[in-house]
Design a protein around this ligand. Structure first.
Ligand SMILES: *[C@@H]1O[C@H](CO)[C@@H](O)[C@H](O)[C@H]1NC(C)=O
Ligand SMILES: *[C@@H]1O[C@H](CO)[C@@H](O)[C@H](O)[C@H]1NC(C)=O
Ligand SMILES: *[C@@H]1O[C@H](CO)[C@@H](O)[C@H](O)[C@H]1NC(C)=O
Ligand SMILES: *[C@@H]1O[C@H](CO)[C@@H](O)[C@H](O)[C@H]1NC(C)=O
Ligand SMILES: *[C@@H]1O[C@H](CO)[C@@H](O)[C@H](O)[C@H]1NC(C)=O
Length: 378
């Protein structure tokens, strides 16, 4: 092909994406970029950051940066029905009304999370609600704002009052940080499904319900904040009729194949917890295939895809994780973020749900090693 033709093609491809705002992470094809350089998504999770003192936030980011990571995923939600005696919360529901907490134990606290991330050269993925009852999330919206709906979990995705409340909540975040480039991406929700922790799904809920919600809310975010990327934050379930094993035809309401095509979603996510997903006898192989099969969709969709949470029981981590990271590297998957980072804070070890790795551990050294390999691969 003549060089001029190549340039014409490149120009056409580039004009298809909105011009990135300088200083913000953006995507071209299956890669992330920042200021014209490839941005390596070598990540970790630390949902609990905003609950700590400022000096402990600094400590946590310092440990993460020392592992050679670039990206940290954390919670941008804590919905309560009574003001907690300590800690950070962002939204108080009383008598069917949601009030956003802009104060020092609310959004102003998150300002420090962002400031400290920046000081440590890190970028943030901020998730805006939870499928699960931890820190509030969807079930609180349903109970508080649609008490007569039958309390089905998926009322969250369809009820107009709840949609308005969710938009009001996320708009507070979007407006506060729209010009802040330390935030790399918003995520609509952690692990959205038709059913919740204890709340059940209505008979009507299926993948169309969630894809419709994802379409509408991601477009809304783009309309308010054109600077930031948007992803779902889902587990990457497939719903391929008859496919085996179970996570390939999960029936939980998420179709990775459908959602990746939503134009206002910039990148795709998957999580990997084989022991919780009926794959306890086949942990290593399941994870390898899960990465490989999502990387195949990444190529077809031509968007970045990131394994943004993964975990196995602590006894197996050093044995299993290298296989999964090797597959991320080999398959061309854009990046990964382990669940989850730990630090020794002034109050003791940060929260450990059985998957936490701390700075003096073998897993921490593996995290650092694979971050280096991802940087080398590009
Ligand atoms: C909620 O309703 C209760 C009972 O009517 C009332 O005592 C309370 O003050 C109300 N709370 C707010 C924040 O309006
Ligand atoms: C979900 O349910 C709706 C309403 O019953 C139906 O129109 C739609 O085709 C279903 N979607 C899928 C993917 O089955
Ligand atoms: C383990 O998982 C892989 C990938 O999904 C699959 O090909 C293989 O058949 C599974 N083996 C067992 C014993 O389930
Ligand atoms: C996990 O470790 C335990 C104890 O060493 C072992 O019995 C089990 O087979 C391991 N599982 C995997 C998936 O490696
Ligand atoms: C790591 O450091 C912590 C805190 O200093 C200590 O309690 C723990 O025993 C250490 N673990 C290892 C494996 O060295």
């Amino acid at each position: 092909m003549k060089l001029s033709a190549v340039f014409a093609l490149c120009a056409a491809a580039l004009s298809a994406v909105a011009a990135p705002t300088p200083g913000f992470v953006y995507t071209v094809g299956q890669k992330f970029y920042l200021n014209g350089q490839e941005y390596i998504f070598a990540g970790t999770n630390a949902y609990w950051l905003a609950q700590q003192s400022n000096s402990d936030i600094d400590k946590a980011f310092s440990d993460i940066a020392a592992a050679g990571l670039t990206t940290v995923r954390t919670w941008g939600f804590n919905d309560v029905t009574a003001i907690p005696s300590y800690g950070t919360y962002y939204q108080l529901f009383t008598n069917g009304t949601a009030t956003i907490n802009y104060g020092a134990n609310g959004l102003a606290k998150f300002d420090y999370v962002v400031q400290s991330a920046k000081a440590h050269g890190l970028h943030l993925i901020v998730t805006l609600t939870n499928n699960w009852i931890d820190y509030g999330g969807m079930d609180i919206y349903v109970e508080q704002l649609a008490p007569n709906s039958g309390l089905y979990h998926d009322v969250f995705y369809t009820d107009p009052t709840i949609q308005a409340a969710y938009k009001t909540y996320i708009t507070a975040w979007l407006n506060r940080y729209s010009s802040n480039p330390t935030i790399m991406s918003w995520e609509l929700a952690n692990e959205p499904r038709c059913a919740g922790s204890t709340s059940v799904a209505s008979a009507a809920c299926n993948t169309t319900t969630l894809t419709t919600w994802v379409s509408s809310m991601s477009a809304y975010i783009k309309s308010v904040d054109a600077n930031h990327l948007v992803a779902i934050g889902d587990e990457g379930w497939f719903e391929r009729p008859g496919a085996q094993p179970y996570p390939y035809d999960a029936g939980v309401g998420i179709s990775f194949d459908d959602n990746i095509l939503v134009p206002t979603l910039d990148w795709g996510t998957l999580h990997c917890y084989p022991e919780s997903w009926g794959q306890a006898d086949n942990v290593t192989e399941f994870g390898i295939a899960w990465v490989r099969d999502h990387a195949a969709v990444q190529r077809t969709a031509n968007k970045p895809v990131v394994m943004e949470e993964f975990g196995v029981s602590i006894a197996n981590q050093t044995e299993v994780y290298p296989y999964w990271w090797d597959e991320v590297l080999a398959s061309g998957m854009t990046g990964d973020a382990i669940w989850q980072s730990g630090s020794y804070l002034s109050t003791g070890p940060s929260p450990n749900d059985g998957f936490t790795y701390y700075p003096n551990s073998t897993v921490y050294e593996l995290v650092r090693g694979y971050a280096g390999l991802l940087r080398l691969r590009g």
